[in-house]
Design a protein around this ligand. Sequence first.
Ligand SMILES: Nc1ncnc2c1ncn2[C@@H]1O[C@H](COP(=O)(O)OP(=O)(O)OP(=O)(O)O)[C@@H](O)[C@H]1O
Length: 769
Amino acid sequence: MGAHGSAQHHRTTVEQDTVRDREIAGEQRHLDTVYHRLEEKLAEAEYILEDAAKRVQVGTPGALAERDAQVFRAGAHLHRLNSEFEDFLFGRIDLQQADAPEEHGIPSQTPLDPADPAVAETLHIGRLGVLDAEYGPLVIDWRAPAAAPFYRATPLEPGRVIRRRVIRSKGRKVLGVEDDLLRPDLTPTLGGEELPVIGDGALMASLGRARSHSMRDIVSSIQKEQDEVIRAAAAGATLVTGGPGTGKTAVALHRAAFLLYQDRRRYAGGILVVSPTALLVSYTEGVLPSLGEEGQVAIRAVGSLVDGIEAERYDSPEVARIKGSARMVQLLRRAARAALELDAPTELKVFARGEALRLDAARLRTVRGNVVGGGGTPLNLLRPRARRLLLDALWHEATRLLPKPANHFEREQRQEEREAFDEYVSDEAAFLDFLDAWWPAVTPRRVLATLRSGRHVNRIARKAVAPDEARLLAGSWRHLGERGEGPLSAHDVALVDELQLLLGEPARPKVREVDAVDLLTGLEEVTTAADRMSRQRERVPVERREYAHVIVDEAQDLTPMQWRMIGRRSRMATWTIVGDPAQSSWPFPQEAQAAMDEVLAGKPRRRHTLTVNYRNPAEIAEVAAKVLALAAPGTPSPSAVRSTGIEPRFAAVREPGAAAFAARARAELERLLGEVDGTVAVVVPMDRRAEARGWTEGLGDRVVALGSLEAKGLEYDATVVADPTGIAGESEAGLRVLYVALTRATQRLTVLSGPDDLPDADGVPALLR
Ligand SMILES: Nc1ncnc2c1ncn2[C@@H]1O[C@H](COP(=O)(O)OP(=O)(O)OP(=O)(O)O)[C@@H](O)[C@H]1O
């Protein structure tokens, strides 16, 4: 504000305070009006709903709510606003007269008339649009085109905006205002008086505010480069890169709200947000409800995309790099086929037409080959075809000695015999049992269970994976049961999804005709019922749904197999993909890139870069930048928006042994708990998670212990990054993972080194010098 050379410059502090109070009081009056209007709308909504309930013939409450959705939503919103949300009304812009038509509501860049820099129009911006009784706007929805200048205007390109104001309020009370004068060269007026400009550092205050375990929306302070992403056209794919803390996650979620506002019919219920971990899902879950969008957007961890399965395990980096690789497609194709053939009987014997008919192993192999044909059809769906071709082969066997039918009559007769034969044989227990064993219903989990044996994996792998990789894979599934029951990893979930595609939903097992004698013994009934139940348990629902828009967060971490899985849910979708290659924990970026290209094939792409780090103070960003230079040489570090004057702390444990390290870790955590009001996390290598949980015991729920991969996307007031060399050495991507760990804190960072980190006299580990 210093640049505008007006009388304000010389005002005393007392005068400033009076101006501030007056401005706050003005905004308070407006907020009161807004709440008053919302209450009226609430009453209206209640009346409509009650009325509808009374007079059922008018229509369902649902239909009515749709008819007056605005009223209904405003009412529902007010209920929650009263208690839960801050900043319902958070912004205001004062605009100069437009002397050219506006395009899409974004003011044209007309030069201001220096002779008359008067405010011609004032717009208030909030989480939801509110109209007064005469349909004049009291508050404009932040997503409306008319609100865009609030986010877009800069001193270099102010458009019509003279002053931008951020209003801070809690519930119904206005607490403060923060202004930007976008035309410091003018002395603009409002109502004949000079336009006051108040600054109280609202954005900086909000950035420095203590963090809780859930993310906040940024609706009142979205920056220009972020707004361009949020409002980008939906078509094709919007690709966003940016360093840690540049708001990628925040922007992605606000974009979901924007798309819903813009085209609710198209996107309601059809937006999927894919997040790398369940932890990040629960951290971000509250953002959309705070923007007034609830239940419209599915936020799922990449390990929870298949209904009925929740990834519970982590694979070691060596295993993850195999399971994530596109080579798995080939391996799984063979594995599915092998699981089908596993323990398959090698002889079919049926008694029909007065003789024992037999198909031997060679014959059965031929039949199987014919069933599969060119491939492509899911194996479980081929069972009816298997049945038919087996009957063909048996019939061929049964008629091998008969002469060919010589005329029409004989042919018809043979045909009738054939039908009787099919009917008879396909009811025979021997045939049915054979078919069950020879072409069993195979589930994805059952296939994984067959891969518990390294030798089996090796046998089917044929070049897809090397022998030592086969051993590693098998080891990762050894804990699974016979039917593949047991906990899976996020990488397994992508494999299960691929297998569902290869296998298809098993047909419902046919209820067999029950033999009267068996019924007497009760035997048959018991076995089939048990059989049926076990199959039902095994079945994974294949309710894969398609989405209209897919938002991928932390896209740099998706493996080729995961890209395929997401691609299967978004064939008609438009995309928003946010990520940071420098934070990738996937060792083969090119392979992942190719997988993404395949999914996005033919879609036009729009690229954006976010450049400002809103999370880390400059002091922390500077330390992280050292690792960035090693992890991704040449990648620019985003510029930190603020600095705290507090340098990261380096603590070193010089004696070996877990006990000394634990004691020090705990002491550092306790120190940070005393220094910040909000959350504290300790980040360790994945294989030290259990140990780290011990360090935090009894320290309360402000503290969490995280494995390096679990820290993705999260943020805390303060963090301890313990054993940095351990994290860097975890995998080929270790340095990038360490970069992630070092960029989680909003206020304070402690790096805790052990002897292996080779700390210098100041405790700085070799890696960070
Ligand atoms: N315009 C903004 N105004 C206020 N806070 C912001 C703004 N943009 C981002 N932030 C804050 O900065 C922090 C980082 O944002 P976010 O988690 O979205 O970044 P990110 O790019 O996804 O980071 P990472 O790559 O490390 O996961 C959050 O606390 C977010 O609220």
